[in-house]
Design a protein around this ligand. Structure first.
Ligand SMILES: Nc1ncnc2c1ncn2[C@@H]1O[C@H](COP(=O)(O)OP(=O)(O)OP(=O)(O)O)[C@@H](O)[C@H]1O
Length: 664
């Protein structure tokens, strides 16, 4: 172990530059990963591996004790069987090489020969038992590790999920969950090979102490080669995880329904295919590089091990010649060296994989700690069920990688049970503010208070439960219509009547009537029996889901106090849209405060209060009448008149002409 592993070679392929703006390799700075770096000692590697084996063992113990005990028991017995087989072989050889009549010699050797056969049979049974137990354990451990991984990631803050460094950890840890499963199989094989080696070593040291160091000399180069190859492979896999995710995304674009129409009309297929191929070639080159490096390492370690084997046989020959050991013992020693070497072969390839897998398990372990740090906190100050006012105080927020803040010292007050409109040009910060109000982002500066209680220290689960979010890019769950609504309040059971009420509210029944299996229709193109919905129909589904959430108490009897609707009607036809806005306004009759984000200023005109954002700053506020009457003309009035002029709504003030530039 002398140098840190290389991860990629060559310039950035054009495809990666064009499509992703740079190389899709993770640059980890290998110094951070001491196990993968060239500076680690073998004992450190062994300690780490034992640590992760214990981790896998603990998980296996929790998953299926009987299977784990069977597995370990069977492997220990197989190891013992291998030692007994060698002893029996020694007896058989001693009897066979003894002088005497052939029939007598055979008779004397028969018990030992039979013992060798019986032990071989027993070994096969034990091997089958071990395979059965391993087959049960591996998927169980994989399930546990995956569930743990998914729980950690899905409970992380949204900012963490959007952080590329955290995403890199997530990518690698996901691999770790798979590795934890294979570690069981690897560990079993290592155990088997190690027992074989130990029994060979035991027999050799009994035959003559000088033979044992020879076995060690045969083993050492193969062990060195295995660890070197594993490190190289790990470094490469980890660095190329993002590349592999990007390639899968490209392949999906070619074959999934969501991109099918534009792909065909714009003839994007050949373009994407070309770049997919370029990326696949880059990955192929990396694999070829690894294969070449592995071949070189294998060759070197095999040459060293071969030289050691020759030395071992030479030593054995000289021991026989000098009469230090009898011929029969030499025969047994040959068998032991061969068994030992075969065990080394198995051991090396298994340790190779075990080591590599344990590096990924380590990443899973790391995600556990990092995930804990980035987790949404549990507990905190209780929030009022129906706050009289929600105040946003001097709130600023800047996205990672951005120089300018998305929200810049915003201060505003939201009274209970009113419709509050957030308006502003694209990118002015409306959705960011909505996400802060919902508790998915925490302000980087300033506070949001519910009746004076700072939401940063409040019980976040309670905050989430008190909010309904109909986001601009709301989730179109690839499930049945029923499940799509139930996901409005998934933690409590809902009956059909509640679903019907929500559907009534969103005028969803005409859509349901056209669905082949009514509520149980799978609304997902690309799955068997699945049907697609139009954009406006999906918005109705989302509106119904929001209503279900607003009218269904959580497990503690709490109903949402705040609903954020972000561009809820953008895909609806004019008639439906007018109705939908009216329905949204009606939500205040439930005692809920409505935050309405929309560019349709006809709808905001009826809001109780309007806040106008511009480049993350709160520029104007008031009622529609106030904002329209202000002099000099507000940005809001200019935009409103511009829209009015488009539709000739006749809302233009007598002395005004519609401006043509400003946009809210
Ligand atoms: N995840 C993100 N990472 C980095 N920047 C972001 C992210 N989301 C939004 N932004 C940036 O933050 C600013 C505010 O975005 P936001 O989505 O809040 O605007 P908006 O007013 O809702 O816009 P629109 O009317 O187009 O929906 C924009 O400059 C946007 O590019």
């Amino acid at each position: 172990m002398t140098s840190a592993p290389k991860t990629s070679t060559g310039p950035v392929p054009d495809s990666e530059q064009l499509l992703f703006g740079g190389p899709m390799r993770y640059d980890y700075g290998w110094a951070k990963h001491e196990m993968a770096s060239g500076k680690v000692t073998f004992s450190a590697v062994a300690r780490q591996m034992l640590h992760f084996l214990r981790l896998a063992g603990r998980m296996a113990w929790q998953a299926d004790r009987a299977a784990l005990l069977t597995l370990v028991g069977a492997e220990i017995l197989r190891g013992l069987a291998a030692a007994f087989a060698l002893i029996a072989t020694n007896h058989a050889l001693a009897a066979l090489l003894a002088p005497g009549h052939v029939a007598d010699v055979l008779r004397a050797a028969l018990p030992a020969i039979v013992a060798v056969g019986v032990i071989a049979g027993l070994s096969s049974v034990l091997s089958a038992a071990s395979g059965w137990a391993g087959g049960r354990l591996e998927p169980a451990v994989f399930r546990r590790a995956t569930i743990e991984f998914l729980t950690i990631v899905s409970r992380s803050e949204l900012e963490a999920i959007e952080d590329p460094a955290f995403l890199a950890e997530v990518d690698s840890a996901r691999w770790g969950a798979m590795s934890l499963q294979s570690i069981i199989g690897q560990a079993t094989s290592v155990l088997t090979a190690a027992f074989g080696l130990v029994s060979a070593a035991g027999v050799l040291s009994v035959l003559h102490p000088a033979l044992l160091p020879m076995l060690v000399l045969i083993t050492a180069p193969r062990g060195w080669g295995a660890v070197r190859t594993a490190r190289r492979h790990y470094a490469s896999t980890r660095a190329w995880l993002q590349h592999s995710r990007a390639s899968t995304a490209l392949a999906d674009m070619l074959i999934r329904p969501y991109s099918a129409a534009e792909l065909r009309v714009h003839a994007c297929g050949p373009f994407i295919l070309h770049h997919y191929e370029q990326m696949a070639r880059a990955a192929e080159q990396e694999q070829a590089r690894l294969a070449g490096a592995r071949a070189r390492t294998d060759l070197l370690s095999a040459a060293l091990a071969g030289a050691a084997t020759v030395g071992a046989f030479a030593l054995l020959g000289s021991l026989v010649m000098n009469g230090a050991i009898p011929l029969a013992a030499a025969g047994t020693a040959v068998v032991a060296i061969r068994t030992g070497s075969a065990s080394i072969g198995g051991l090396v390839s298994q340790i190779n994989r075990l080591y590599e897998e344990s590096l990924f398990v380590r990443d899973l372990d790391q995600l556990r700690r990092e995930g804990h740090r980035r987790a949404i906190p549990t507990g905190g100050t209780p929030l009022p069920e129906r706050p009289e006012t929600i105040t946003v105080e001097d709130v600023s927020f800047t996205y990672d990688g951005r120089d300018t803040p998305a929200l810049d010292n915003v201060t505003l007050t939201i009274p209970r049970g009113k419709v509050i409109a957030l308006v502003g040009a694209n990118g002015s910060g409306k959705s960011t503010l909505a996400n802060i109000l919902c508790g998915v982002y925490q302000p980087h500066h300033g506070r949001v208070r519910w009746d004076g209680i700072d939401t940063a220290t409040a019980d976040r689960d309670q905050l989430f439960s008190s909010v309904a979010l109909l986001a601009q890019n709301f989730q179109r769950w690839s499930f049945t219509l029923r499940a799509n609504l139930l996901l409005g309040r998934p933690e409590v059971p809902c009956d059909q009547q509640q679903l019907e009420t929500a559907a009534d509210y969103a005028d969803l029944h005409p859509v349901i009537e056209e669905l082949p299996r009514s509520w149980d229709t799978l609304i997902a193109k690309g799955f068997e029996g699945g049907v697609g919905l139009s954009g406006g129909q999906w918005q109705k589904v989302a509106l119904a889901r929001t209503h279900l959430r607003l009218t269904t108490p959580d497990a503690h009897g709490r109903l949402p106090a705040l609903v954020v609707v972000d561009e809820p009607t953008s895909a609806m036809d004019p008639e439906t849209e007018v109705e939908a806005f009216e329905q949204i306004r009606q939500l205040t009759t439930l005692g809920v405060t409505v935050i309405l984000i929309t560019h349709r200023l006809g709808a905001t005109a009826k809001a109780d209060r309007i806040f106008v954002l511009d480049h993350g700053r709160l520029m104007e506020q008031g009622t529609h009448t106030e904002l329209m009457a202000q002099e000099p003309a507000t940005r809001y009035r200019e935009s409103y008149l511009l829209q009015a002029a488009q539709y000739d709504l006749g809302d233009r003030l007598p002395h005004q002409t519609a401006p043509t530039t400003t946009n809210v």
